[in-house]
Write a protein that binds this ligand. Structure first.
Ligand SMILES: [Zn+2]
Length: 225
């Protein structure tokens, strides 16, 4: 292959990563044509002469022609790419907390602004505790089992220490009175905070029985998946 042609050839793994990122469809959300699919350099090839996943996107032939003409500009294409990244995070990586909360020895639990007293098991779904917090010597110790959508455990946090956490997908940031679990994109997955009155406040996103439950200071929100 002549050098120029060889350089223009997109390596198979780059092509595969882009296609998977786009779900093998055109990356323009209102198009999503299944084909014919082409690989587009968001930054013009003539300028960069490199095949980098972060600067490339999958488009159908129609959208590709529009991008080449400038009908779909560079900033928009990066936004569409960002959207795919977030979608990917949701589908593959977002922690799915299968069961909610038990708090042994904690006088009260505040979950999504609702206060539960004298009720050690709150919203337990399948018998196994999914998130537990204990306050010992003013220090909060958080345990959590992180599930994927198929119900498989993907990470286990045991009293602020990771027992299972492949590729360090999650990070636990522990302060004496607060533990935050953050995913690899820096998004907050779980936030447990010990209050002065001995209660514990927990916020986060949980996936239970086809339902997404978001607990925030504003309340509990239930959404069908
Ligand atoms: Zn398209």
């Amino acid at each position: 292959m002549p050098e120029e042609q060889e350089q223009r050839h997109v390596p198979a793994d780059v092509e595969r990563r882009l296609l998977v990122e786009a779900g093998h469809r055109c990356a323009i959300p209102t198009c999503q044509a299944p084909g014919p699919l082409e690989l587009h350099h968001i930054l013009p090839w003539a300028r960069v002469k490199r095949h980098e996943v972060v600067h490339m996107i999958v488009l159908c032939a129609n959208c590709h022609a529009r991008a080449d003409k400038g009908d779909i500009d560079i900033k928009s294409l990066y936004r569409y790419k960002e959207r795919l990244r977030r979608l990917d995070a949701q589908v593959i990586q977002q922690p799915t907390f299968g069961e909610l909360v038990t708090f042994p020895g904690t006088p009260a639990l505040i979950l999504g602004s609702n206060r539960f007293e004298g009720c050690p098991n709150v919203l337990v779904v399948n018998g196994k505790p999914m998130v537990q917090a204990a306050v010992e010597d003013g220090r909060i110790l958080l345990s959590a089992r992180v599930y994927d959508r198929q119900g498989k455990v993907v990470a286990v946090l045991d009293r602020n220490e990771w027992r299972v956490n492949p590729n360090n997908i999650f990070r636990a940031e522990a302060e004496p009175d607060r533990v935050r679990v953050v995913d690899q994109y820096g998004e907050l997955a779980l936030d447990a905070c010990a209050n002065d009155d001995g209660s514990v406040t927990v916020n986060g996103t949980f996936f239970v029985s086809g339902m997404k439950i978001v607990a925030t200071d504003e309340g509990l929100m239930f959404n069908a998946l």
